[in-house]
Design a protein around this ligand. Structure first.
Ligand SMILES: C[S@@+](CC[C@H](N)C(=O)[O-])C[C@H]1O[C@@H](n2cnc3c(N)ncnc32)[C@H](O)[C@@H]1O
Length: 600
């Protein structure tokens, strides 16, 4: 039941009985609604009438809500527990903007250590990768005051299409627009980053994201920027934020609480113009920003963020008397002492949350284990190692689906994984090996056919090149031998292809791919005729790949893929070597040297 209460401060007159009553045109069929209407429950009532006085007492005494007058409605879904939790968090956990970003301060040294490692191309272990992910998610939620939905739904494309913005003082910022954030507000959410933050997110994009992607082998339609260790869209940034606070043994601050605290602070300290910038940045409800009659421009957005940073760093809200390093030491000490109080099962749970088991996960340092599991660290780590060993063993076995490997082959394959510790034993592989009844190969074909049909190849994007027109770049690593994408277009006979070629101007771009089928007959794929009938709204990716003879990193290979009893000729591009993130895909067109400024 929704009950409308009037905020007493809105009534200027003492006589509260003289309330304006909206016309009650609604007639109800439902018996209960009728009874409610008859009893006057749809009308407005002065705060001191019996009905509302009773409700007020209920909110104040039973629910412990002293500021109940601000509660405009209370729906069934907001349970007593949630109300109390939110209230407690608002009132007791965080009081100042500075406290909201405490975890960022405390974790900064660790975070910068990991960033430094990544930038000097040192490999990161999984806890380090997770630290980077959690830190950046927290940065966006606590310092940039973004809603969890924005962090979760920001896409890879939105990141790649971020815009540069030069501030009046010459600072270089970037602005990311997030469209599908699925939060209550319908506005475009914007995240603006200063140069350093942009570099941090870029380091995640180049060094951590690709490692996570390796753990997932199916395609996500709209690739998200932040992904989990399993290579999929992060599930719940609020949970990550909570885990991150738990890791540093700080009380959790949700993005909602941070927004609330910052808002309260801006109300008290900002001018109207500053408040307007702030509202723009936070993508408040349309009503709020309409009041400011302003358009969201990248410059406004960056200036808004600058204000927010100022608030977060303002010393007037800082209650700490000691410097940041001593605060951080105190927090760490607290971390250790409180993890001593967990029982074994709780510790194990927290351990798995903090260090998810993955095939390539590196061993966990003792100080990190202690931080999370305290005196249960040995028990937790033993379980973790056993679990990983089993995953690794299954992974090796899956590589030999139809024939049992020799010990030498199994050993060679295990060696290739570069697992330093917790290695799989050859004798275990041989002991547990079973034939996989051919399903894997079929599944693999099916998965590739699905990608050919959907054209949703992941890990690639099309960008502009000043000389070549368009080009295809990687957003994840590809291993040698991996299928990267296909050359998609209309299947033509060789004769048809040659006719089309003859009708093409010499200086027009070429989109015909000639190949020989299994019987040796010349065939052609026409990617010149666009859009192709099977993908009327798509620029298929294969046709945008440029040529290089010397620097080619992929090679077209004819594959016959079967679907519903029909065999399709498909040209798949296979990685010829390991391809890193942000490299252009190139294949040898087989054209003569005079083409493409000598590239041919
Ligand atoms: C299959 S398309 C590749 C995608 C093309 N760049 C585009 O913008 O759509 C082939 C055409 O790209 C251009 N191209 C490919 N490789 C090139 C290179 N190495 N240098 C210059 N132009 C190149 C040529 O115009 C060629 O006919």
């Amino acid at each position: 039941m929704q009950m409308q209460m009037l905020n007493q401060t809105n009534n200027t007159e003492d006589d509260q009985s003289a309330l304006y009553q909206p016309p009650m045109n609604q007639s109800w069929d439902n018996k209960l609604r009728k009874a409610m209407q008859m009893s006057g429950l749809y009308q407005k009532h002065p705060l001191d009438c019996d009905l509302l006085a009773g409700f007020a007492k209920y909110l104040r005494d039973d629910h412990n809500i002293p500021n109940f007058k601000q509660e405009k409605s209370m729906s069934k879904q907001v349970s007593q527990e949630i109300t109390r939790k939110r209230y407690t968090q608002m009132m007791t956990v965080a009081k100042t903007p500075k406290e909201c970003v405490a975890v960022l301060e405390v974790a900064k040294k660790d975070f910068l250590g990991v960033i430094g490692k990544a930038m000097s191309e040192e490999s990161l272990d999984e806890p380090e990768q997770l630290l980077m992910l959690y830190y950046l998610e927290s940065l966006l939620m606590l310092k940039h005051l973004q809603r969890a939905g924005v962090v979760k739904n920001m896409t890879l494309n939105e990141w790649l299409s971020r815009k540069e913005c030069i501030l009046p003082n010459g600072e270089k910022w970037t602005v990311i627009g997030v469209k599908q954030h699925k939060t209550a507000t319908q506005q475009l959410a914007t995240v603006s980053l200063d140069e350093e933050e942009d570099a941090w997110l870029d380091t995640y994009y180049r060094h951590v994201r690709p490692a996570f992607l390796k753990n997932c082998d199916d395609v996500e339609e709209d690739e998200r920027f932040f992904i989990s260790t399993a290579g999929r869209a992060i599930y719940n940034p609020s949970n990550d934020l909570q885990r991150f606070h738990a890791k540093y043994k700080l009380p959790n601050i949700t993005s909602q609480v941070a927004r609330h605290i910052f808002e309260t602070h801006t109300k008290a300290n900002f001018t109207d113009a500053e408040k307007a910038l702030y509202a723009d940045y936070l993508a408040h409800t349309t009503a709020t920003s309409d009041r400011h009659y302003r358009m969201k421009t990248p410059l406004n957005v960056c200036m808004g963020m600058k204000l927010i940073s100022k608030v977060a760093m303002s010393s007037e809200s800082d209650n700490e008397t000691a410097g940041p390093s001593s605060a951080s030491t105190r927090c760490r000490t607290r971390a250790l002492s409180s993890s001593q109080t967990l029982d074994e099962a709780q510790a194990l749970n927290l351990f798995y949350q903090s260090f998810p088991v993955t095939i390539d996960g590196q061993s966990i340092k003792k100080k990190d284990r202690l931080l999370i599991a305290g005196r249960h660290e040995r028990h937790c780590y033993d379980k973790w190692r056993n679990q990983q060993e089993k995953m690794r063993r299954d992974y090796v076995i899956a590589h030999f689906p139809r024939r049992e490997p020799t010990a030498r082959k199994a050993e060679k394959y295990i060696k290739r994984q570069n697992w330093e510790k917790n290695k799989v034993k050859v004798e275990d592989v041989l002991r547990y090996w079973q034939p996989s009844t051919n399903i894997d190969t079929k599944n693999e074909n099916k998965a590739i056919m699905k990608l050919v049909k959907s054209q949703k190849w992941k890990g690639l994007y099309i960008s502009n090149d000043p000389v070549k027109g368009r080009k295809v770049m990687t957003t994840r690593k590809f291993a040698e031998g991996e299928v990267v994408c296909d050359y998609h277009g209309l299947p033509l006979s060789g004769k048809q292809g040659k006719e089309l070629l003859a009708a093409t101007d010499e200086d027009e771009m070429g989109y015909l791919y000639f190949y020989k089928d299994v019987s040796g007959k010349t065939c052609c794929i026409d990617a010149k005729t666009v859009p192709c009938p099977c993908h009327p709204e798509k620029d298929t990716i294969g046709r945008r790949i440029n040529h290089s003879r010397k620097r080619s990193n992929i090679k077209g290979q004819l594959q016959q893929l079967e679907e519903d009893g029909k065999v399709w000729n498909v040209i798949l591009f296979i990685a010829q070597r390991d391809i890193p993130v942000q490299e252009e895909l190139l294949f040898d067109y087989g054209v003569s040297r005079k083409y493409f400024g000598g590239e041919g």
